[in-house]
Structures are given as structure tokens and as C-alpha cells.
Write a protein that binds this ligand. Structure first.
Ligand code: HEC
Length: 165
């Protein structure tokens, strides 16, 4: 009886130690994964803004050329970038304010759906005002966005393909 008890006790202690070892291994793996995640590259606020700047410009020339398919594409690129800011730059006060751009984006989207050039221009003005309002709100008032005069993208044709308006 005593022998059995001793055997069980030894086995129990062994199992307990084994469990401790496993926990330690897992903890080490979690620690090293956390370090890896912290060091993974993620785009900064400025990276998203530079991309938004390009799409803001292209959106204008698409609208001017009544290339509604391209305009639709560009406005959705801006929407995606805004969503990515909310995902990858969560917790920043600037990110909490980014939603102020949504009414203007919705308005442009509506103009594109209606293929209405006048509504497009008005909505575009509203969009640009919203960009600047946010820049002012986050002490970047010196960063002024405007309707572009000429396309910086000479390698892109903004005219619609025939029969695809
Ligand atoms: C949160 C509100 C917010 C909104 C809305 C917003 N921006 Fe910005 N923008 C910022 C912040 C913050 C920065 C600075 C990013 C950084 O830290 O580099 C910035 C920077 C920029 C820059 C400077 C990038 C550079 O390196 O020169 C441009 C251009 C820009 N935004 C364009 C736009 C355009 C175009 C829109 C509208 C379609 C817009 N932004 C809307 C907050 C905003």
C-alpha cells in the first residue's frame, strides 16, 4: 500500500514539473511573438495621407473627364485608406477625428452614382474643405490641400474608354 502511494506521489510530482516546463516554454514563445509583432512594419499616418493625396488628385481628373468608373475606383481607394487608418493607427486623437471626412466622401459617391458633373464638383469642394478642416483641427493648418490644376501623373490617361461611361 505504502509502495503504491510512493509511486503515485513520484508520478504526480513528475507530471507537475512537466507542466511547469511546458508553461515556461509557451510563455517564452508568447514573449518572442509579442516582440515580433511590435517590430512588424505598419504604415504610418503620413504614409496613408500621401496615398490619400494621390487618390484625391486622380479623383478630380477622373471626374473632370466624366470617367465615372475611375472616379468610383478612386473614391473607394480613399475610403479604404480611411478604414486602414482606423485599423492600423487606432487610439490616436487624429484617428478619432478622421470620420469628419465621411459625409463629403458619401456625397461624392452619390454624385458618381448619378454621373452628375455639377454635383461632383460641389462634393469635391466639400471634400477638400473637410481635408483642411481636419488638418486645422490637428494643428496641421499649414498643410493645405486644394483642387489640383494639372495632373502630376502624366503616365495615366483619365479619359474614359469608349462606350464605358
Ligand atoms: C484626422 C483628420 C485628417 C483628415 C480628414 C485628412 N488628413 Fe491629411 N493629414 C492628417 C494628419 C494627422 C497628417 C500628418 C501625418 C503625419 O504624421 O505625417 C496629415 C498629412 C497630410 C498630408 C501631408 C503628407 C506629406 O508628407 O506631405 C497630405 C498631403 C494630406 N494629409 C492630404 C490629405 C487629403 C487630400 C485629405 C482629404 C481627402 C486629408 N489629408 C484628410 C490628418 C487628416
Amino acid at each position: 500500500m505504502r509502495k503504491i502511494f510512493l509511486i503515485l506521489l513520484t508520478f504526480g510530482l513528475f507530471a507537475c514539473n512537466q507542466q511547469k516546463d511546458n508553461t515556461k516554454i509557451l510563455q517564452n514563445r508568447i514573449d518572442s511573438l509579442e516582440i515580433k509583432i511590435a517590430n512588424t512594419y505598419k504604415p504610418g499616418f503620413g504614409d496613408f495621407m500621401s496615398s490619400i493625396q494621390a487618390h484625391h488628385s486622380k479623383l478630380w481628373f477622373a471626374g473632370q473627364n466624366q470617367n465615372w468608373k475611375l472616379a468610383d475606383f478612386e473614391v473607394h481607394e480613399i475610403m479604404e485608406a480611411i478604414e486602414d487608418i482606423q485599423k492600423f493607427q487606432a487610439g490616436r486623437k487624429e484617428t478619432e477625428m478622421i470620420g469628419m471626412i465621411n459625409p463629403a466622401l458619401d456625397s461624392i459617391n452619390n454624385a458618381i452614382e448619378k454621373k452628375d458633373p455639377v454635383l461632383f464638383e460641389n462634393s469635391y469642394t466639400l471634400l477638400t474643405i473637410s481635408c483642411n478642416k481636419c488638418h486645422q483641427a490637428v494643428d496641421l493648418g499649414y498643410n493645405v490641400v486644394k483642387t489640383p490644376d494639372s495632373s502630376p501623373f502624366s503616365n495615366q490617361d483619365f479619359k474614359p474608354l469608349k462606350d464605358s461611361k
